[in-house]
Design a binder for this molecule. Structure first.
Ligand code: ATP
Ligand code: MG
Length: 308
């Protein structure tokens, strides 16, 4: 029972925060049904009924000139005046909201003016872009709270927590991807699958980004310069280690290969946009540790680690 009370307080605080965070345009209805000043109150009755509205803006040749509500309609009908024009009954001194205002302004205006709805206009063009009722605000807030709730659930069960719980086991998860040499059609597949899997595992987005860039560069080198090989990832608490192995031709001068701008890529590869000689330097920049071994005629073994 106690935690329930705490939850409710948190929810209330979040609701408060939301009306500052959310903008009018996120809550407003953008499909605005309007009437014209010369429409009759009977026309209005039909329009309100058809669209189940309690009021609508009055537009004259693209200009917002008033607001007319179901209360105006009732008053008019009670006086037996269904044929009088809307312009006779509409309120011409209405209050508008800007689409980019925070919802808190709208809430304040609802309280201050007692109106049921506000036309929303664009701050620059002054054009009508929507309409906002209290119902819209409530609907929008409930949706947001729902989204928050789901995000919390996902966070609560994200698999990276498994590691935290199993720390004493030194749990390691291994992932393997094959890379085909010379196959440009499938180039990038291994690193993009790895990216998906690391995301699913709940690895921090910044670390996933660095791992993905480095893996992509390594994968492209295998596609371009070798007959293919394998990329494997070892996920441990606090780090991910990637090993990329191929079976030749090998790199004759590793120090040189690591230098920015050094490339042996042939012209046709350069035409595809590769061969700037930035792959290996990029991998180095993205990783916290890097080891590159190679033997000409045998193959290359690249290993890099990213702390997560
Ligand atoms: N796995 C590999 N096997 C053989 N040679 C490689 C391998 N990886 C890199 N090299 C050699 O090292 C050079 C530098 O690689 P790096 O990835 O930095 O640049 P690049 O692939 O030529 O150009 P970029 O990566 O900018 O498209 C390559 O041109 C190639 O000669
Ligand atoms: Mg490269």
């Amino acid at each position: 029972m106690k935690s329930n009370g705490v939850n409710r307080t948190l929810q209330a605080a979040r609701t408060q925060e939301l009306i500052y965070e959310l903008k009018v345009q996120q809550a407003m209805t953008t499909k605005v049904i309007t009437v014209e000043p010369e429409n009759t109150m009977e026309d209005l009755r039909q329009i309100l009924k058809l669209h189940q509205l309690s009021g609508t803006p009055v537009m004259n040749e693209g200009d917002l000139v008033g607001i007319v509500s179901v209360e105006d309609l009732i008053r008019s009908l009670l006086e037996g005046n269904g044929s009088e024009p809307v312009k006779q009954r509409m309120s011409a001194n209405f209050v508008t909201l800007y689409a980019d205002e925070p919802l808190v302004h709208a809430v304040q205006k609802f309280e201050r003016h007692g109106f049921g709805r506000f036309p929303v206009i664009d701050r620059k063009t002054k054009e009508l872009v929507g309409i906002l009722t209290k119902g819209d605000i409530i609907r929008c807030m409930l949706q947001r709270l729902e989204i928050d709730f789901h995000e919390q659930e996902i966070r609560r069960y994200k698999p990276s927590d498994w590691f935290a719980e199993l720390e004493s086991d030194r749990t390691t998860l291994g992932l393997r991807y094959l890379i085909q040499g010379r196959n440009f059609q499938r180039a990038g597949e291994a690193s993009s699958k790895l990216k998906q899997n690391l995301r699913t595992l709940g690895i921090a987005p910044e670390a996933v980004r660095r791992i993905t860039i480095a893996s992509y560069e390594a994968e492209m080198n295998l596609v371009i310069f070798t007959g293919g090989g394998e990329l494997s990832a070892f996920v441990e608490p606090g780090k991910v280690t990637i090993t990329v192995v191929d079976h030749g031709p090998g790199i004759p001068d590793i120090e040189r290969a690591m230098q920015p701008g050094y490339s042996t890529a042939p012209d046709w590869v350069r035409e595809l946009g590769f061969g700037a000689g930035m792959g290996l330097p990029n991998i180095k920049n993205c990783s916290n540790e890097l080891k590159l071994d190679s033997k000409v005629g045998e193959g290359t073994n690249l290993q890099f680690t990213v702390f997560t």
